[in-house]
Ligand binder design. Structure first.
Ligand code: GCO
Ligand code: MG
Length: 432
């Protein structure tokens, strides 16, 4: 008689001999915590183990679809993980990745990341070492960061940039408003926010691509004349231009020597990168929207970008990110991991672990968290002298205070946190 499908026992490596003489360890629970201390929706995962008090935390923040990530973890990954050995980070990642048959996508990758980072955190705590040590150790003291300056006109951007430079920042991302338009990046306040995220209040509206393409060279002309050549200036196009206008803008900006120009194209327009490369030496950063290796591997292999900027949780966590960083090293591509407010402090700590241990590190984007976020996440890394420093605690070094986190539930929102549309004057919807 053949066994029924249900009777077949899965091969669970829980049966493997514990390695290195360490006592056997099992995953006993997986919890998902949704919190918004700075009024930005964050998803954090806690993996508990059979050793009392030993757990790990990971970032799974897909800020526009947090409930979907929570469900993917609780309903699909949790049952897969219970009873496994949390030491088996690589194996667990592979199992989680293929268990749905259809792979990647931001929901699954963020869900996997929450688990993956938590397992690295556990391994670090167990070893008594910060995660950067597990990744090969420090190749630099701290990670130089950039922060955001924006304003209604070039003068205001200049003022914000100067304020940051006075605090020690040596790299500043600069975005200027295009009057009358739903401009990306100018209404971003750092730290605690209004109950309604600013993008819901301010970014609803229309978008004039040509006016934007004219405003940006004017901004950098102004900034270079006032700030000099030494400060590193960056700009994010945020997929807001038709590809040929993005190429034109990258050429025009060449004379202002940007540290990098970000997301000139949408991922769907990857095919434009060879043309961009032939036209200009403006350094190009790309990748916060990528979720699948098929999207980024060709750009790296053909040396079409200078900085890889993936959102580490959206590609599945530290395990795939360290492979990506190593692959980039072979092609002279540097890392610039995505670090906005919708990456939790746990995710920022994961960024930092890679920043400190990868020789091809380029720069780190840093969000200046408010007091509430820093209280909910004790151990949040700190910027000093324009650089992000590890707190040197074992694991990722960041914890979550669950009782405090519960005091900051996800804010009520008519679209449940989704972004409202931006349209061209004729009504055509465009990328956000
Ligand atoms: C950046 C980004 C972000 C994104 C945000 C979307 O480079 O920092 O473009 O600000 O817009 O993460 O939720
Ligand atoms: Mg960006």
């Amino acid at each position: 008689m053949t066994e029924s499908h249900d009777a077949v026992q899965p091969f669970v490596p829980a049966a493997w001999e514990p390695s290195g003489g360490m006592p056997a360890l099992r995953i006993t629970d997986v919890k998902v915590i949704l919190t918004a201390p700075d009024n930005i929706r964050l998803v954090v995962v806690k993996v508990l183990t059979s050793e009392p008090g030993l757990y790990g935390v990971g970032c799974a923040s897909y800020t526009t679809r947090p409930a979907a990530v929570k469900s993917a973890i609780e309903e699909y990954l949790r049952p897969l993980l219970l009873g496994r050995d949390p030491n088996d980070i690589e194996d667990i990642w592979q199992v989680g990745h293929i268990s749905g048959y259809w792979r990647t996508g931001p929901i699954l990758m963020n869900a996997l990341s929450g688990i993956d980072m938590a397992l690295w955190d556990i391994k670090g705590k167990r070893a008594g070492m910060p995660v950067y040590q597990l990744l090969g150790g420090k190749v630099r003291r701290a990670a130089p960061v950039y922060s955001h300056a924006s304003g209604r006109d070039p003068q205001e951007v200049e003022e914000q940039a100067i304020a940051l430079m006075e605090q020690g920042y040596r790299y500043v991302r600069c975005q200027v408003d295009v009057p009358g338009n739903a401009t990306y990046g100018v209404d971003e306040e750092e730290g605690p926010r209004q109950p309604y995220p600013p993008h819901l209040r301010a970014r609803q509206g229309t978008w004039d691509t040509a006016a934007y393409a004219r405003a940006v060279p004017r901004l950098f002309d102004h900034l270079r004349s006032r700030l000099g050549e030494e400060v590193g200036l960056l700009h994010d196009i945020h997929e807001r231009l038709p590809p040929i206008l993005a190429i034109g803008l990258a050429k025009e900006l060449e004379r202002f020597h940007l540290f990098f120009l970000e997301d000139p194209f949408a991922p769907e327009d990857n095919g434009y990168f060879p043309f961009l490369r032939q036209q200009t030496s403006t350094p190009i950063a790309m990748g916060e929207l990528y979720v699948n290796q098929a999207e980024y591997v060709p750009l790296i292999k053909d040396r079409l970008i200078d900085f890889i900027r993936c959102h580490i949780s959206a590609i599945g966590g530290i395990t795939p990110a360290r492979k990506l960083a190593a692959y980039c090293e072979f092609f002279g591509v540097r890392t610039a991991w995505h670090g906005p407010g919708d990456v939790s402090p746990v995710g920022h700590a994961a960024n930092l672990a890679l920043d400190l241990s990868c020789s091809n590190f380029g720069i780190q984007e840093w969000f200046r968290f408010g007091e509430a976020a820093r209280e909910v996440f004790p151990g949040t890394p700190e910027v000093r002298d324009g650089m992000l420093w590890s707190n040197e605690r074992p694991g990722l070094g960041v914890d979550i205070d669950e009782a405090l986190a519960a005091r900051y539930p996800l804010p009520e929102h008519p679209l449940n946190g989704a972004f409202p549309e931006v349209r061209q004057p004729d009504g055509t919807v465009i990328r956000w």
